[in-house]
Design a protein around this ligand. Structure first.
Ligand code: KIV
Length: 294
């Protein structure tokens, strides 16, 4: 996303009223992405970018790179905390991660996941959980599920909390879904997915993540809704894309089929750690330039 119609008057690059994603030293800071920009981006045909972030140092880099939305995903469970699924993630852990990401972010919209077990009981439970994430600095929360969540999405919206929906493969339901499987295959399943998406949009969701959904189904939902769809394993016809940052950056040896590695950060980090170890062992680090006089 590169532009917004509500830019204040003043010197600006007409093609990019937010200002550059990473302003030059001394330049005006980039204008933050906010929820009303999402639908405008869709109307203009501007594609939205979202990456996960779980800590301040990474969030700062991804924000400076011009990522439109940073998702404090409950994938923190698998990616950072060593769990096999997202199910063990606690709200307290999400609050710490959200606070860290929000402190380091100046432009991107920060979206925080409501973890498993913190919203399914209904609007009151969801509101209490979402308020903690918003107080930690989130600009919106994300929750999984379709029509059964519509009431909750509406209640959060009425409380001033924007909600991003999440349909298709919903990792918190991995046990019911029977594994990491594509969702929405076949006419009946596709119709159910479309009905879920429409229900979330009507309830006031500001965007919907579509995960592991056949491309034609994701395209149909995208055409039907005024709010943007953000795909992950849902083909190229969504309004935006999201990836787990470690998959995007090539941090690990394995990545899902729908991800592309845009870097080799893992091997670079391993190489740096090995070079550091070698330098300490052979005595070439530290030198006088890293030492203090008395
Ligand atoms: O938690 C997460 O990383 C997510 C993305 C896969 C969309 O929900």
């Amino acid at each position: 996303m590169t532009c917004a119609p509500d830019s204040p008057a003043g010197p600006s690059d007409a093609a990019s009223p937010y200002g550059p994603a990473a302003p030059a030293p001394g330049a005006r800071p980039a204008r933050p992405v906010r929820v009303h920009h999402l639908t405008r981006a869709k109307e203009r045909g501007d594609r939205l970018t979202m990456l996960t972030a779980y800590d301040a140092v990474t969030a700062r880099i991804l924000d400076e790179a011009g990522t439109d939305m940073l998702l404090v995903g409950d994938s923190i469970g698998n990616v950072m905390l060593g769990h096999d699924t997202t199910l063990p993630v606690e709200l307290d852990e999400m609050v710490v991660a959200t606070r860290s990401v929000a402190r380091a972010t100046t432009r991107a919209l920060v979206v925080a996941d409501l973890p498993f077990g913190t919203y399914e009981a209904g609007p009151a439970q969801a509101l209490a959980s979402a308020v903690r994430l918003m107080k930690a600095g989130a600009n919106a929360v994300k929750l999984e599920g379709g029509r059964p969540r519509a009431r909750t999405v509406r209640a959060l919206g009425e409380a001033g909390i924007p909600v991003v929906g999440h349909l298709g493969f919903t990792p918190q339901s991995v046990n019911r879904l029977g594994g990491f499987r594509v969702q929405g295959r076949g006419e009946e399943a596709a119709e159910a997915l479309v009905a879920d998406a429409v229900a979330l949009a009507e309830a006031g969701a500001v965007a919907i993540v579509l995960e592991m959904v056949p491309e034609p189904v994701a395209a149909r939902i995208t055409e039907l809704l005024a709010i943007p769809t953000i795909g992950i394993g849902a083909g190229a016809r969504c309004d935006g894309q999201v990836l787990v940052w470690t998959d995007m950056a090539g941090m690990t040896d394995w990545a899902p089929r729908f991800a592309r590695r845009f870097g080799r950060v893992g091997p670079a980090l391993r190489q740096a750690a090995q070079a550091y170890g070698d330098a300490v062992r052979e005595g070439s680090f530290p030198t006088s330039e890293h030492s203090f006089d008395s």
